[in-house]
Every structure is written in structure tokens, then in C-alpha cells.
Design a protein around this ligand. Structure first.
Ligand code: 13P
Length: 248
């Protein structure tokens, strides 16, 4: 019922030459799992439609449709050049670019208006986990940043513990399972059982070929949001293959 999703977040990496990495995904993208690459803005147009089965997304968008917002890109612009997804609320945007829940909620509305699917990221710091505040923090982020109107089609939630991003440390299967069960329960409570059960939940944070299968075996994990390991197609393909295997 929920199609698994392997999403690569290239962050601020990649030039035109890196599009060869997208080309290399062609075979892996023919499996059961959906494959998505989110490159930097300048690469979205040349990447979109390039490889059958590889969807392309942005990494943020501005809430307004157009206007005097120097340096920003609107959701409609992303859709116009072929993006079908946008990542919103990534912890790097929240921390480094001062994006708060209300900004993210506005961006999410704009993305939906433009017909984009949203990968909404939530995650706790290590200090918040140590203080046993993880579920409170995540529940607050969900309530604050997801607008009304979510469906299993327009929303994907990505759990990315901040302490696991780019650190080589991964949350344990028990930690991931607890959080993903919680996220699904919260979605069901707010949006109803149908939406709650059909919304895909991704784990992100140092997902690698060596730990992917173990993570994909956790219940309520419908895929991964992959940073560093999505930059090299050889690694990303192994992760996609693990997800294809978990889809059977
Ligand atoms: P890494 O896979 O490099 O830890 O990054 C995860 C991430 O932030 C994906 O959005």
C-alpha cells in the first residue's frame, strides 16, 4: 500500500558532471521502490526527466509564488522545471537558515499549491534525546510544521536525528522503530487512519550500504533520506537494491 522511497539529498554538492551519477541509477530505478534525487537548484532542470524512474526534487522553496525575494526559488518554479518533490524543514535549514515551524508550514502549503510532494523533516538534537525529550520535540515539530490538508500522496515524513546526520552514527533499530511508530500514530490521530496509514515515513542519518537492510527491516520504515551515500551512485544503488529487496 505504501510504495517505498529511496531519496537522495545531495545538499550543496554536484555540478553538471555529477549528473552521470543520476544516469547510473537507471537500472536500480526499475525496481519496486521509487527513486528520487534532490540536487542543488541549478541541476534540477537538466536532471528532470533524464532517467526513467528517477524523480527529481528541490531541497527547499520559498512560500511566496514570485516577487522581490532575492536569491529565493518558489515551489512553482521547481515544478515548472520538472521537480515533483521538495524537501522541507531539513535540520540544516532549521539551524543554519533560521527556518522555524511556521516558515516550514507556509512553504509546505506553497509546495502543495504547486503540486509538489513534500518530504517534511523532523529530528531531535543529541541533548534533547539525552534529556528524554525526543518524542515531545518531534510531536511539536509535526504539529507546527505540517499544515492541514496532508494526504498520503502529498506528504512524506523523514525522521532525521540531528546527531546521526553526517556523523557515521546511526540510530538503532529500536530507536527508529519507537519514533516511526510515534509519527504514524500522530498522523493517524490528526489526519485520520487513512492518511496516517498511507503516509510514507523515511529514516535519514548516516544511511549506508552496510546498514540499509537492517534499517529497512524496522516496521514503519518506508525508505530512507540519504545524504552522503547518495552522491556516489555505486553506494546509492546498493541502498536502493536493499529497499527493493525489502519491498518484496
Ligand atoms: P547523511 O546521510 O550524510 O548522514 O545525511 C542525512 C541527511 O541529512 C539527508 O537529508
Amino acid at each position: 500500500m505504501r510504495r517505498k522511497l529511496a531519496a537522495g539529498n545531495w545538499k550543496m554538492n554536484g555540478t553538471l558532471a555529477a549528473l552521470g551519477e543520476v544516469d547510473s541509477l537507471a537500472l536500480a530505478a526499475q525496481g519496486a521502490a521509487e527513486v528520487l534525487v534532490c540536487p542543488p537548484f541549478p541541476l534540477i532542470a537538466p536532471a528532470a526527466g533524464r532517467v526513467p524512474g528517477v524523480a527529481i526534487g528541490g531541497q527547499t522553496c520559498h512560500p511566496e509564488t514570485s516577487g522581490a525575494f532575492t536569491g529565493e526559488v518558489s515551489a512553482g518554479m521547481l515544478a515548472d522545471v520538472g521537480a515533483s518533490y521538495v524537501i522541507l524543514g531539513h535540520s540544516e535549514r532549521r539551524e543554519m537558515f533560521d527556518e522555524h515551524d511556521d516558515h516550514i508550514r507556509a512553504r509546505c502549503r506553497a509546495a502543495w499549491q504547486a503540486g509538489l510532494k513534500v518530504i517534511l523533516c523532523i529530528g531531535e538534537t543529541e541533548a534533547q534525546r539525552d534529556a528524554q525529550n525526543t518524542l515531545d520535540i518531534l510531536g511539536g515539530q509535526m504539529a507546527g510544521s505540517i499544515p492541514d490538508g496532508a494526504t498520503g500522496h502529498n506528504l512524506v515524513v523523514a525522521y532525521e536525528p540531528i546527531w546521526a546526520i553526517g556523523t557515521g552514527r546511526t540510530a538503532t533499530p529500536d530507536q527508529i522503530g519507537e519514533v516511526h511508530d510515534f509519527i504514524r500514530a500522530r498522523l493517524e490521530r490528526r489526519f485520520g487512519a487513512g492518511v496516517g496509514r498511507s503516509t510514507r515515513l523515511l529514516y535519514g542519518g548516516s544511511v549506508k550500504p552496510g546498514n540499509a537492510a537492517e534499517i529497512f527491516a524496522v516496521s514503519n520504515v518506508d525508505g530512507a533520506l540519504v545524504g552522503g551515500a547518495s552522491l556516489k551512485s555505486a553506494d546509492f544503488i546498493l541502498i536502493i537494491d536493499a529497499l527493493n529487496a525489502a519491498s518484496d
